[in-house]
Write a protein that binds this ligand. Structure first.
Ligand code: ADP
Length: 625
């Protein structure tokens, strides 16, 4: 408790005020009614960087930062005019250039008669706050700029379900300005006009909530183009004040289109690759090749489910299973040896968006032309192969004909020379009246003439074989063999030959009379060229890969491997002890070849038996021996 008189108390208070003013952490200044300073405290002087003397009068104004002068003076004037306290943030600048932000207050001081006496003002150093605020503002401006301009769409919805954020990238991709969508209840209808798709996406969103990444969405831009956006919404983990949810979207339209185009190109390349594999498949006839080729086509087109195709070639039409003609057609010609011989046609069963050629892409046109080119090339190669085979066959026939004529001339020459010799001798014998000798000559002439006749008959028979083959029919080889064995039953008995025949034979296609001749010739030979007892003939067949090989095997005198090919030539015989003309095997060979088959012999040499094998062009499968 302070004791003393009121005056003493007033004095104490005044000295305390003076001390308080001097030591206050706030700058304090007093001015008269005109704004002339008459007192400042220590803190004020520290902030302003000038002495109390320098601050006096209008001196304090100079301590205010040059750039803030005008503003502070205007505000001061305004406050004074309106009888309001002055309040402003501004800068002081010391003569050394140190700048300090302050918040300044000043209140008018009125005397008893309510006339303005002057002002009491304070300044508080807010430099730190101000600088922090400036930094904060700078950093939030940076963040705002990043968010606004980053090449990622940023969207946010408020608690009423309305769009409340739509950044520059979102504007760029959608074509809609922020002002058109923000707060617009129809925003989603604009961005997703197809109601069915919109509902589907809304359902997906309901299921996922605010926790999904890379949800693919087809956004409809303002110009009607469709953009593929990958949306992510992780608002569940990072909620933002004032936003019900938010997310980002990345435009992947271009990469999706590139991916799609790449997939299409892969399909096309695959088609060409499969076509080349197909063309290298052995034993594939042209028609089967074209059928398999046409089936390759639909899957290489953009809409395989609506694609059918056909290949027209030389009157034949090969088509895909559900082929149907329609107005949406793409065609390319098959050109073989410079002439149009067919076409490949692709049809869409339903209308599809228009592209470079109707609904077809330029790449599909190029693919079809390439496929036509490949198919044309393969057909040409096939024709070349056929021509070559024909040429080789004609050549072989010409060779055969030449051999044949040599054989004929040689074999006819022998009896003819004999006839000539005997005729000359006959003349001499007649002149000498030797009738007995003349008769012998005549007999020889007759015999050689008959021999010539027989040979000529055989030659004619052989020459006719190609033409004598009857149109092909199904032939029961089993019955032919049985009939033949019955015919030669006696001979078999006489020679004590045992015959073993397969239980059944596959049916074959050919001329039954000619095929019977084959079996007869081979069985007859097996009997004629039989060896020492016990004698056995086996008639059977086996499979050699896909081929059925029939055979007649004996354990007879055998054949020297050196003679394997000669015995099939006309009039070529090896065994003189057995009667024969040397014609049977030549005829058998011709018949087998006319049936598209081969005839050959195997033997380990003389005394080891022989086995004659033959194949036929057409064997009906399904039976085993
Ligand atoms: P041919 O029997 O009238 O001489 P082929 O053309 O039937 O005429 O036979 C030609 C030759 O092949 C025969 O002369 C014989 O040397 C030989 N040959 C044919 N079949 C047999 C066989 N089963 N075993 C041994 N040699 C055979």
């Amino acid at each position: 408790m302070i004791s003393g008189s009121a005056q003493e108390h007033t004095e104490i208070a005044l000295s305390w005020y003076a001390e308080l003013m001097e030591n206050s952490p706030i700058g304090i200044f007093f001015t008269d009614a005109d704004g002339n300073c008459f007192q400042v405290n220590k803190t004020w002087c520290e902030i302003a960087g000038i002495s109390p003397e320098q601050a006096k009068g209008r001196g304090w104004v100079d301590a205010i930062h040059h750039d803030d002068h005008e503003r502070v003076e205007t505000l001061w004037y305004e406050s004074a005019k309106n009888n309001q306290p002055f309040h402003a943030e501004y800068r002081f600048c010391t003569p050394q250039g140190k700048i300090t932000w302050v918040v300044g207050h000043a209140t008018a001081k009125l005397n008893k008669d309510r006339n303005l006496e002057g002002y009491i003002g304070t300044i508080s150093d807010i430099d730190k706050f101000k600088k922090t605020a400036v930094e904060l503002e700078k950093s939030s401006a940076r963040i705002r700029t990043i968010i606004a301009h980053m090449p990622v769409m940023l969207f946010a919805f408020d608690h009423h379900g309305l769009l409340c954020n739509w950044n520059h990238e979102a504007v760029r991709i959608s074509g809609y300005a922020a002002s058109e969508l923000i707060g617009n209840p129809k925003a989603m209808t604009l961005l997703c006009p197809d109601p069915h798709y919109r509902r589907m996406m809304q359902d997906a969103y309901k299921q996922l909530g605010d926790d999904y990444r890379n949800l693919e969405w087809q956004l409809t831009a303002k110009d009607g183009s469709i953009k593929t956006i990958l949306f992510s919404n992780i608002a569940k983990y990072y909620p933002i004040d004032g936003w019900a949810n938010w997310g980002v979207g990345v435009d992947v339209t271009l990469s999706r289109r590139t991916e799609h185009n790449l997939r299409e190109r892969v399909k096309e390349l695959n088609c060409l690759y499969k076509l080349s594999i197909l063309s290298n498949q052995p034993n594939l006839d042209l028609e089967s090749f074209l059928q398999e080729a046409v089936e390759l086509l639909p899957e290489s087109w953009q809409y395989p489910e609506a694609t059918s195709a056909r290949i027209i070639y030389e009157g034949k039409i090969l088509r895909t299973e559900s082929f149907a003609v329609s107005p949406w057609k793409l065609a390319s010609d098959i050109i073989v040896r410079g002439e149009k011989t067919g076409a490949i046609e692709i049809y869409y069963s339903e209308e599809r968006p228009s592209a470079s050629e109707g609904p077809f892409l330029i790449e599909e046109r190029l693919l079809l032309d390439e496929v036509s080119l490949q198919i044309s090339r393969i057909i040409s190669q096939e024709l070349d192969k056929r021509d070559l085979a024909l040429f080789e066959e004609v050549n072989a026939k010409a060779d055969q004909l030449e051999n044949f004529s040599h054989t004929i001339s040689h074999d006819l020459k022998t009896p003819l020379t004999a006839i000539g010799g005997y005729a000359e001798f006959l003349g001499k014998q007649l002149q000498q009246g030797k009738l007995d000798q003349a008769q012998l000559c005549t007999d020889q002439i007759v015999e050689n003439t008959r021999r010539m006749e027989r040979r000529l008959d055989e030659i004619l028979r052989l020459a006719k074989i190609g033409r004598l083959i009857e149109p092909s029919e199904e032939v029961d080889l089993q019955s032919i063999i049985e009939e033949t064995l019955q015919m030669v039953a006696r001979k078999l008995d006489d020679a004590h030959i045992e015959v073993e025949v397969a239980k059944s034979f596959p049916k074959v296609v050919g001329d039954s009379i000619r095929l019977q001749e084959v079996i007869e010739n081979l069985v007859e030979n097996a009997i004629r060229y039989i060896g020492e007892e016990p004698n056995k003939i086996i008639i059977s067949y086996h499979m050699q890969g896909p081929e059925t090989v029939f055979y007649v095997k004996d354990n007879g005198i055998g054949i020297d491997p050196q003679d394997f090919s000669r015995i099939f030539e006309l009039f070529k015989r090896k065994v003189k002890t057995v009667d024969g003309e040397g014609v049977g095997l030549a005829i058998t060979k011709s018949i087998i070849e006319a049936h598209g088959g081969r005839l050959w012999v195997e033997s380990k040499g003389e005394g080891t038996g022989s086995c004659f094998f033959f194949t036929l062009g057409q064997v009906i499968e399904g039976q085993t021996g």
